[in-house]
Write a protein that binds this ligand. Structure first.
Ligand code: SF4
Length: 475
């Protein structure tokens, strides 16, 4: 689907490798496969051999790096980042990895997620004398590490991580070591793999496939992994709590060929479609999905209802980054450029149009109109997530509550606004069952806060909810 033009934006993607002569080039390929998670900027820092070198810039990975720039980045370890700015805004200085040089040694940071107490920590650190280079929440960690009284870097990092609240998957590279950390709730996915003798880490497993690496395991929530020439060491910086992995990773963000915490995304989305068909069947002639993320859902819906799946909407892949267009009218122009109905498929037909979410409603309305203009006699909209009624504080740009159509309208009002013949959303229970998280007390949890308002962490000093568990979860 076209989340970037309807107000639901990706967060970031991170990739790291330790122990390979082509570390920078492999990171480039890894970042390229994670490009869907952020298109505003990209960067790579290489190290592990006594120095840290970096290159970063605004734009897509292929725009930021040329062959010559990659050849300059020599070192057997690297971390990389693709960015969509959710905290601190855009601009070159906020493009990651962030690199900090000081007397005690240099350190580079790449972060996926959003810290909910970054402002509070920043205020305190500034009062103590810290001067920030960026407006990114990520920089807070570097200052906390620097100010820690612990004698060795690993302990300083562990101590610093305990001050952070919210969603974070961090990669830290020094001249001699790489560190990997995931927040205690595990909001964001982070997987470990191997490429020969080298260690790799990535936001999504599709980054392993592109470089021929094999998947080893997930980074555990609250885990700190240290890799250096002596080997790998895993420690905890926080006790285990129930997992709160982001539901939107399964619904929209991750690539269909990735496995997120052991669950294949295409399969999860097909199951969402099947469950949606069970909860909201309708008489129709064809099922179509809004590309890309809703195609798997539409296939599942079609399979379960025995209504043929057809490619009723085509995405123009060569439009470019319309997401930087700021105004609503330009965003709507972007919809026309990016999506086209297939007249021969939808003309004279009752169409089920499957999408993953409705944020402001303007994109859905435009697609419904587009299908009608192409000859569809009825358009039934089916959404593979519950209504988004609350903002996300964990790294997904879901707009403010005022902009969220479902926060201020009933489902019938939304149906009328988007001009659909019928409209149905998946239930939260259906979402949990279809994704099918593991049946154990610690790992089964899933964040549903943007659908329920039950936030798994304190927001602005208040604890407003708990992690939503799957129905079979005992805790
Ligand atoms: S609030 Fe929604 S988008 Fe944000 S982490 Fe939770 S499930 Fe994901």
């Amino acid at each position: 689907m076209l989340a970037e033009i309807k107000g639901l934006n990706e967060e970031c993607g991170i990739f790291g490798i330790w122990g390979h002569e082509e570390a920078a080039t492999l990171t480039y390929y890894g970042l390229h496969s994670l490009q869907h998670r952020g298109q505003e900027g990209a960067g790579i820092v290489v190290g592990g051999n006594g120095t840290l070198q970096f290159h970063k810039g605004l734009g897509l990975v292929t725009e930021v790096f040329s062959r010559g720039e990659l050849e300059q980045l020599t070192g057997m370890a690297a971390i990389g980042h693709v960015r969509y700015s959710t905290a601190g805004g855009g601009g070159y200085t906020n493009v990651q990895p962030l690199l900090f040089r000081s007397q005690g040694g240099s350190l580079a940071l790449a972060h996926n997620g959003n810290l909910v107490n970054a402002d509070e920590l920043r205020f305190r650190l500034e009062q103590q004398g810290s001067i920030f280079q960026t407006t990114s929440d990520t920089e807070v960690l570097a200052h906390l590490i620097k100010r820690s009284d612990e004698p060795i870097l690993k302990e300083r990092i562990k101590e610093a991580l305990t001050h952070l609240r919210g969603a974070f998957a961090f990669l830290i590279l020094t001249e001699t070591e790489m560190y990997i950390a995931l927040d205690p709730h595990g909001f964001r996915p982070l997987s470990l793999g191997r490429l020969g003798e080298a260690y790799v880490v990535a936001s999504e497993t599709c980054a392993f496939d592109v470089i021929g690496a094999t998947y080893e395991r997930e980074v555990e929530p609250g885990e700190l992994i240290m890799i250096n020439k002596q080997g790998v060491r895993s420690e905890r910086f926080a006790p285990r709590v129930a997992r709160s992995i982001c539901s939107m990773e399964y619904i929209y963000f991750a690539r269909p060929d990735s496995n997120v915490d052991g669950i294949n995304i295409h399969t999860a989305r097909k199951n969402l479609g099947k469950r949606l068909a069970f909860e909201a069947p309708v008489e129709a002639d064809v099922v179509t999905g809004v590309p890309d993320s809703s195609i798997s859902v539409a296939i599942g819906y079609a399979e379960a209802t025995c209504i043929p799946y057809e490619l009723g909407l085509i995405k123009n892949r060569y439009v470019g980054r319309t997401f930087i267009q700021p105004s609503q009218s330009l965003r709507e122009q972007g919809v026309k450029m990016k999506l086209s109905p297939v007249r021969g498929v939808v003309a004279g037909k009752r169409v089920v149009m499957v999408d993953d979410s409705i944020v402001r409603g303007t994109t859905s309305k435009r697609i419904v109109r587009m299908l009608r203009e192409a000859g569809a006699t009825e358009v039934h909209v089916r959404i593979s997530s519950p209504p988004i009624t609350h903002p996300c504080f964990y790294g997904i740009d879901t707009s403010t509550k005022e902009e969220l159509i479902a926060a201020n309208h009933t489902i019938e009002q939304i149906r009328q606004l988007i001009e659909a013949d019928s409209l149905a959303f998946l239930s939260p229970e259906g979402l949990l069952q279809a994704i099918g998280r593991p049946n154990d007390s610690v790992n089964c949890g899933q964040c549903l806060a943007c659908f329920t308002g039950q936030y798994p962490t304190k927001i602005g000093g208040e604890h407003v909810g708990t992690c939503v568990q799957t129905s079979w979860c005992e805790y």
